[in-house]
Design a binder for this molecule. Structure first.
Ligand SMILES: Cc1cc2nc3c(=O)[nH]c(=O)nc-3n(C[C@H](O)[C@H](O)[C@H](O)COP(=O)(O)OP(=O)(O)OC[C@H]3O[C@@H](n4cnc5c(N)ncnc54)[C@H](O)[C@@H]3O)c2cc1C
Ligand SMILES: *[C@@H]1O[C@H](CO)[C@@H](O)[C@H](O)[C@H]1NC(C)=O
Length: 406
């Protein structure tokens, strides 16, 4: 018999937390999502980030009701077109100077989704408590029967349940309850990233599109330590190229942090891009002053260690469990597998009466070991892309592409 008192507290309304919420809902298990941002902030911040979704699609399907899964296409960068799988499932690696295709990296069932649109899909009919920042977790509080009490906003909001899952992103506050402070520290990659999400005139957009791959392409440069990543973000109206949004992300191999001044960032970005082949040389000229160039550093958990799940009452999933670098496009895919496996673990506890600790131990083992492997490979891949002589020897090309790491 199912215990109707079960309540899972989910911290974070990213793709991970939302898919867990969907899976638990489908299984008839009560759950509530708590998100630090207010609804307005959350919607404003969804941004134009695009992510490759590939081997994890079956996990998404398992957690969603069929009518929602049928709408996955709506989250894609180009929701109007069915891509030829032979083209879409091979991501080109292009010599940045000459435009020559050096290799094609297999990416099974490749779809490129917009982070904000994926979240929009996954939050359909999910109960989200916005404006709730996790500040403390208490286990087996003596005065309540609840095994987990989560405090938000310093105690203004209190959630009571018997399980908590931290899906609260790379800087996970939940993680800080499960590992000691030093162990939980993130490393900073020796890369500076500059991003632009521009629109162009009709002619410019058509020129770029014609010289691009439908999903994405990666382009290291033989004479400068940079890696260009180019993709489409949104085909707002397929008939109107002037509405298309593109993404250009340039990784510059350096310890430095991006310039704080917007003008300086644009100048740097354009200078590096101008040494690239077409269409990027032209893009560097078309990046006019009102196109924003943002800057960032990437962080990863180089020191990843197994976490204490407090008898299965608390765990972490997605970026909270294994913040990694984006160079092998595995973060979201592992996050989606985490979500499916966590839901399975809770189902086994609730419906099969297995003890919570052993259910969550199994989940943790999988999340940790996949995370450790992919954090390692993502760092190695970053180094490989930054070294022209090593580029053909990185884990992506050696290991046969973007498939699941084993
Ligand atoms: C530039 C870049 C490119 C990427 N490309 C790819 C790719 O091609 N393929 C791929 O598979 N992956 C990629 N990834 C990784 C992928 O985006 C992440 O793995 C995925 O989005 C993680 O989702 P998440 O739900 O775990 O975390 P997040 O999306 O970070 O969500 C965490 C949520 O928790 C909330 N939160 C944080 N703290 C609190 C708190 N104290 N209380 C309450 N809520 C809180 C946050 O506001 C947020 O909404 C990329 C990542 C980056 C940065
Ligand atoms: C990844 O693992 C391999 C094999 O164990 C090792 O040689 C390499 O140094 C590791 N890379 C990182 C960044 O830790």
């Amino acid at each position: 018999m199912a215990n109707t008192d079960n309540h899972v507290i989910i911290v974070g309304a990213g793709a991970t937390g939302l898919l867990i919420a969907q899976g638990l809902k489908k299984a008839g298990i009560r759950a509530t999502v708590y998100e630090r941002y207010t609804r307005e902030e959350y919607e404003e911040r969804s941004g134009d980030w695009t992510v490759a979704l590939h081997w994890s699609i079956p996990y998404i399907e398992a957690c969603l009701p069929p009518e929602l899964f049928a709408k996955l296409k709506s989250a894609e960068t180009n929701r109007w077109e069915e891509h030829d799988p032979h083209v879409a499932n091979n991501i080109p690696l292009v010599n940045g100077r000459t435009g020559e295709i050096m290799a094609k990296m297999p990416m099974p069932s490749a779809r490129r989704v917009v982070r904000g649109k994926l979240r929009d899909l996954l939050k359909t009919e999910i109960d989200i408590q916005y404006g709730s920042t996790l500040t403390d977790i208490q286990i087996d509080h003596p005065e309540t029967k609840n095994s987990v009490t989560a405090l938000f906003n310093g105690g203004d909001v209190v959630a009571k349940g018997n399980m908590l899952i931290g899906a609260d992103g790379a800087r996970s506050p939940t993680r800080s309850f499960l590992v000691d402070q030093d162990t939980g520290k993130l490393d900073t990659a020796k890369v500076m990233i500059l991003n632009a999400f521009p629109k162009f005139t009709r002619e410019q957009a058509l020129f770029i599109r014609q010289k691009s791959h439908p999903i994405a392409l990666l382009s290291p440069h033989p004479y400068q330590k940079t890696l260009l990543f180019a993709t489409m973000v949104d085909v707002v109206d397929p008939e109107k190229p002037e509405t298309w949004v593109f993404q250009f992300s340039l990784s510059i191999y350096t310890d430095e942090v991006p310039p704080t001044d917007e003008k300086e960032r644009r100048h740097l970005f354009k200078a590096y891009l101008s040494t690239y082949c077409e269409p990027y040389r032209s893009v560097s000229q078309w990046l006019v002053d009102d196109i924003k160039v943002s800057g960032d550093k990437f962080h990863y958990w180089g020191n990843i260690t197994p976490w204490n799940n407090h008898g299965g009452k608390i765990s972490i999933a997605g970026d909270a469990a294994h913040p990694m670098l984006p160079f092998r496009a595995q973060g979201l895919n592992n996050a989606m597998e985490d979500a499916k496996l966590y839901v399975d673990a809770i189902k086994t506890f609730v419906y099969d009466g297995k003890d919570l600790k052993s259910c969550i131990d199994d989940y943790d083992k999988s999340s940790y070991s996949r995370g450790k492997l992919d954090i390692n490979l993502s760092v190695d891949q970053m180094h490989a892309y930054g070294d022209w002589d090593a580029v053909m020897n990185g884990p992506l090309l050696r290991g046969g592409g973007y498939g699941k790491s084993h």
